[in-house]
Ligand binder design. Structure first.
Ligand code: CO
Length: 217
């Protein structure tokens, strides 16, 4: 209880100091949400989107899960994506992995994590796809760091395979998809990949929007 009450107290202090610094802060936010970015990041408590990008409330629409995965059957994620692309009309979607990711480390082990096995499975698939490249790296930490990067890149590619994104590309140049990785050690975000409306997708993943459309596009 004490820890929880401390959070509520900290919130009151924060709200008060925001109002003192900028009397219109909350009034502005209540009436306006026009973020240009959708952030897909890890749930890890050390990687908070606003703090590490030095942005304010209202600037980034955020979705976080273990190991920043883009799963094409995840209703939660798909709803966030659809809202961000079609209603908020975000210009950029940023998948941000981070070195030292517990989800990545767990997926590289053979430990049975029960329910979590199911969530981590797509990371094992990324490992398997890049097994040759990864197993040349003898240092275990460096190998995990490379898997963090490859996993992030694959999640950006997964985004491009989703019809919500492709449908938007049929009518505009947005959203631009980016993948990057955050270092817990120095706080710096490193760019990895950009995919935009002009990037050629493998034919099997392309949807033809001239065909009859279904309700869920
Ligand atoms: Co993580």
């Amino acid at each position: 209880m004490e820890e929880y009450n401390k959070l509520l107290k900290q919130n009151k202090d924060w709200a008060q100091s925001q109002t003192e610094k900028d009397p219109d802060f909350f009034k502005r936010l209540v009436n306006l949400q026009t973020p240009h970015f959708l952030w897909i990041g890890c749930s890890d408590s050390r990687v908070p989107a606003n703090e590490i990008t030095n942005t304010q409330p209202g600037e980034i629409f955020v979705h976080r899960n273990i190991a920043n995965l883009v799963i094409s059957t995840d209703l939660n994620f798909l709803s966030v994506l659809k809202y961000a692309v079609e209603i908020l009309k975000v210009k950029h979607i940023i998948v941000t992995g981070h070195y030292g990711c517990g989800g990545i480390a767990a997926s590289m082990s053979n430990i049975n994590f029960g329910l979590l096995n199911k969530w981590l499975r797509p990371i094992k698939d990324v490992y398997f796809k890049y097994q040759k490249e990864l197993e040349i790296i003898t240092n275990e930490q460096k190998r995990a760091e490379r898997l963090v990067e490859l996993n992030t890149i694959e999640q950006v590619r997964n985004l491009a395979k989703i019809s919500t994104v492709q449908k938007s590309w049929a009518n505009s140049e947005f959203p631009v998809l980016h993948g990057c990785v955050y270092s817990l050690e120095n706080g710096v975000i490193k760019h990895l990949i950009t995919i935009d409306s002009k990037t050629e997708l493998p034919a099997i993943y392309r949807f033809d929007f001239k065909q009859e459309e279904t309700e869920d596009n």
